[in-house]
Design a protein. Sequence first.
Length: 305
Amino acid sequence: MSTKWTADAIPALTGRTFVVTGANSGLGLEASRLLAGNGAHVVMTARSRVKGEAAAARIGQDVPGASLELRTLDLADLDSVRAFAQGLHDDKVGVDVLINNAGVMMAPQGKTKQGFEVQFGTNHLGHFALTGLLLDLLTEGSDPRVVTVSSTFHKQGSIDFDDLMRTKGYNPNAAYAQSKLANLLFGLELQRRLSAAGSPVRSLMAHPGYSATNLQFAGPTGWRKALMHVGNPLFAQKASIGVLPEVRAAVAPDVVGGQYYGSAKFMEMRGYPELVQPSRRAQDAAVAARLWEESEKLTGVVFPL
């Protein structure tokens, strides 16, 4: 008998609400389709309402009667993050699971609206703020979870507290790796704090291996983009497989807070979701606590724990 965790293992999700960031394309679109296909109400977020509506329409064609709700969210703008969170509160939208899926990859040097390096600001600070602003809703949810999507690139990362915004000798790969390491440090530290507070919310992490999505072409430029055009057809797995780790973390009944799921075969580039190990740097509790403090200062968001 196969022990692979596939989409067939997703339980009935009727009556549960999932917020998926970056739901208009790639893994976010795939996750939204799977969740809606199993009865969940999915709050899809996208920076562009036009692209978000097109994505929701595609899911509606594949899943007749899908329960979908589109809301705009730009994680590179903390004003947008606050407005999104306030909108859910004002409309009394219950949230059971938050999937911090969206991201930018190996982008040229740039800044978010608040002046943060674009990859650290979007991938980490935007999701840090969003999670903190929705934690009260999650606490009231059914089997509440936060799933933060990282990458195997986190193993190449380091947190430069002297230059978090990478202003000196900017390297797109190093900045991306730092942001993905920050995702894991955040997810693990969040679980420590949730446990200490006796919260019912669980924090889990996931990575998609090397999955073929638009992410590889939306961020990189020059030779990096050319490399993706060569590497994707040769090595990348389908997004429908790459999305399974984050979905497993979000819905499987047997997961435990603090776990990290990912494709585990071929240097964690391919395969169905299994438990994988964060790097030693990602498990450094002292660095995680310092990053948490810095993130609170930078975003102005203090978690209600």
